[in-house]
Design a protein around this ligand. Structure first.
Ligand SMILES: *Cc1c(COP(=O)(O)O)cnc(C)c1O
Length: 390
């Protein structure tokens, strides 16, 4: 008999009842160090007092009014995001896929309204992930996720991630935009190679394409900068964010320059729930912490320590771990042995991690961890590595 909850996930038989900081407590009383962060979502850990206070305060005042009215929290969060990145305007939705859907709509609309109705195709990279809606699945082009849901949405081309020559070669007169994750997440924690994002910016400018960055996973401080593309010193025209934005409250956003966003006038897009007062109160509270003096510097510092310790672990157990890769606190430990086997053994020892493509174990701790958490995680992974040896 089918379970009451549609069984689309292969879930672990584990129920949590409480979270505090970097730790989760299961219903059987066991405590886990959470380096999964609900898949890069709980950037400030669990039950962060500032987020809890913001949610309770807003919850007692006003939850939802719809976008028929101005929403003060939206205006504030949008202004703060705009003040801290390339964008001039922000649309709030509820998830990463929705943010990417708008990015796709926006680049087509831009070309349509600027005299190029023929330009509608979007180039994306192999190994990418952009969400589970029909358009975002077609954008990523992952056969595994598309199978059985056809016909696939047309209008997407795919090239190898990191290869500028291939990117140039696939551009046609009906190409509208390039979409890329500055650090590929689900595909296996692959950072864009040096010079790649800059090269994409140049190509986009040369062919009058819009450049879209999907920072749903790598954004919101995870790499030690508010947005991962800052490391490359280039900016996109459009960017999708979500996961960390609400610290666990569902919220996503599509950010754009004035040029790219200009055609999105009243009536061109909408969302019933998007940017409601609850989501905006929490999003603003997340920004209070992430933008506070020193916070991102601390992320960079602890990330360097974690990476150094993981690199040492790889050197010590070359028969178990192949390499460390990633950026900031979005790290991937590629296995020699099967990644899910590492993940299961780590979980049994009290450490939560997440699988990614290319046999990678994703380590995405909350951004608030300190060296004691790093010690504990390395201790667990060391024990896991020994368990394979012995
Ligand atoms: C998770 C993710 C998405 C989809 O976000 P949802 O909130 O699950 O819809 C899109 N792009 C990237 C890079 C992601 O990691």
């Amino acid at each position: 008999m089918i379970p009451a909850v549609l069984p689309t996930y292969a879930r672990y038989d584990l129920v949590f009842e409480k979270g505090e900081g970097a730790y989760l407590t299961a219903t059987d009383g066991r405590r886990y160090l959470d380096f999964a962060s609900g898949i890069a979502v709980t950037v400030l850990g669990h039950s962060h007092p500032h987020l809890v206070a913001a949610l309770i305060e807003q919850g007692q005042k006003l939850w939802h009014v719809s976008n028929l009215f101005r929403i003060a929290g939206q205006e504030r969060l949008a202004e703060r995001l705009v003040a801290n990145c390339f964008a001039d305007s922000v649309f709030f939705g509820n998830s990463g896929a929705e943010a990417m859907e708008l990015a796709i709509k926006m680049v087509r609309k831009y070309q349509y309204e600027t005299g190029h109705p023929e330009k509608h195709r979007i180039i994306a990279c192999a190994g990418s992930f952009h969400g589970r809606t029909l358009a975002t699945l077609a954008a990523a082009g992952n056969e595994k996720y598309l199978k059985g849901f056809g016909p696939d949405l047309p209008g997407f081309d795919h090239v190898a991630f990191g290869n500028l020559n291939e990117m140039r070669a696939v551009i046609r007169k009906d190409t509208a935009a390039i979409v890329v994750e500055p650090v590929q997440g689900e595909g296996g924690i692959r950072p864009a190679p040096e010079g790649y994002l800059r090269g994409l910016r140049e190509i986009a400018d040369e062919y009058d394409l819009l450049l879209v960055f999907d920072e749903v996973q790598c954004g919101m401080g995870r790499t030690g900068r508010l947005f991962a593309h800052e490391w490359a010193g280039v900016t996109p025209d459009v960017m999708a964010i979500a996961k960390g934005l609400g610290g666990g409250f569902p919220v996503g956003a599509c950010l754009a320059t004035e040029r790219a966003a200009a055609p999105m006038v009243a009536g061109t897009h909408g969302s019933t729930f998007g940017g409601n007062p609850l989501a905006m109160a929490v999003g603003n509270a997340v920004l209070d912490v992430v933008l506070a003096d020193g916070f991102l510097g601390d992320v960079e510092r602890i990330a360097a320590i974690l990476r150094r310790r993981l690199t040492a672990l790889v050197a010590e157990y070359p028969a178990v771990f192949a390499e460390v890769r990633g950026a900031g606190l979005l790290l991937g430990l590629r296995g020699v042995v099967t990644n899910t086997e590492i993940i299961d053994r780590a979980r049994a020892k009290g450490l939560l991690t997440v699988a990614a493509g290319d046999n990678v174990v994703r380590l995405m701790p909350p951004l608030i961890i300190d060296e004691t958490h790093v010690d504990e995680a390395i201790g667990v992974l060391d024990g896991v590595a020994r368990s394979f040896a012995g």
